[in-house]
Design a protein around this ligand. Structure first.
Ligand SMILES: Cc1cc2nc3c(=O)[nH]c(=O)nc-3n(C[C@H](O)[C@H](O)[C@H](O)COP(=O)(O)OP(=O)(O)OC[C@H]3O[C@@H](n4cnc5c(N)ncnc54)[C@H](O)[C@@H]3O)c2cc1C
Length: 289
């Protein structure tokens, strides 16, 4: 059971930060509120609802794309600004996070800060090399990869809020994809993968990133395991070799739904699929131009 004495509904960022400055144990941010089911036994004096601060829009600002931390996954799944091939992994991940009801509540910032092993959007954001903007005692931008060197909540100072996720607009011949394997339409991921692939004018891989989700407690950067694709055409044979390497190298954690050997295999499969789809989208984008 969660014990809480009051809910606070600030309407400006300043008011929210002021309320959160009371410190841990006294005040806690709440966005979609879907992680409350996991807060059994944890108490706080006040929940500070951050969903009325006007930080839920997708905007192109100063050459970068800012996604407000309180944007709901349901809206992002249909977010037309993000449906370009190079960023497609994000709406794709948002579209398969839990049920429709869950997606209509969960926020992007809550998905990052309240990361669970099954969280889908952070896997896409890591492959897209996103950063976050933090507000609080020391406002700053932080690469998401740094925030995920441990659990993101442990990296946030008391009273600190993620107010936006920052994305670089993709360059030409860039594609991305997110692929998730689950047992049912609303199940948590057994394994997931997000990839971003940049092709050169000859159709060879000029750059790539690959992140695996769900197989370990924190996301796994598998970019090096796909390194043999660099400078080469992403043929079926090469992609199958990458899948095999991932299956050999990734060391899945315990999951009551499947054996570690099975999880290693499917991690290779979803990675292969994400890389192939990202490369195909990079090629399509070139032919559209
Ligand atoms: C039945 C069910 C199934 C689910 N399935 C999936 C799934 O398949 N895939 C998936 O990706 N997710 C899934 N989720 C959602 C996931 O487990 C988390 O509950 C969700 O990501 C939390 O987001 P939220 O906006 O509700 O955050 P909240 O629950 O409001 O907050 C989560 C934590 O983050 C902190 N926080 C929130 N926003 C900020 C911010 N802007 N800055 C700093 N700290 C912040 C809060 O203080 C809290 O500690 C599921 C949830 C449920 C209940």
């Amino acid at each position: 059971m969660v014990t809480v004495q009051k809910f606070i509904y600030p309407t400006t960022l300043g008011e929210a930060l002021e309320a959160l400055s009371a410190g841990r144990g006294k005040a806690r941010a709440i966005a979609g509120g879907t992680s409350l089911v996991f807060h059994r036994g944890r108490s706080t004096e006040a929940y500070v609802d951050i969903t009325r601060l006007g930080i839920d829009r997708v905007e192109s600002l100063e050459g970068r794309i800012e996604v407000g931390a309180c944007a709901r996954l349901g809206a992002l799944a249909q977010g037309h600004d993000l449906l370009v091939p190079g960023l497609r992994a994000l709406p794709e991940a948002a579209a398969c996070a839990g049920s429709t009801a869950v997606r209509n509540a969960v926020t992007l910032g809550g998905s990052v800060a309240g990361y669970k092993r099954w969280s889908d959007p952070p896997i896409a954001l890591l492959a897209l090399d996103a950063s976050v903007h933090l507000e609080g005692p020391d406002p700053r931008d932080v690469p998401l990869a740094d925030l995920f060197s441990a659990h993101p909540l442990s990296k946030l100072a008391a009273g600190e809020l993620i107010t936006a996720v920052l994305l670089e607009p993709p360059g030409p011949r860039t594609g991305s994809a997110f692929v998730k394997l689950r047992r049912t339409a609303v199940d948590y991921a057994l394994a997931s993968a997000a990839a971003q692939v940049v092709l050169d004018e000859q159709g060879r891989v000029a750059d790539l990133s690959l992140t695996l989700g769900a197989v370990r407690p924190l996301p796994t950067d598998a970019t090096d395991l796909a390194g043999e694709l660099l400078g080469a055409e992403p043929t079926e044979d090469l992609l199958a070799q990458v899948a095999e390497r991932i299956a050999q190298e990734v060391e899945p954690g315990q999951d009551m739904r499947a054996s570690k050997g099975y999880l290693a295999r499917v991690a290779g499969v979803v990675a292969e699929d994400a890389l192939a789809t990202a490369a195909a989208r990079a090629r399509e984008e070139e032919s559209d131009a």
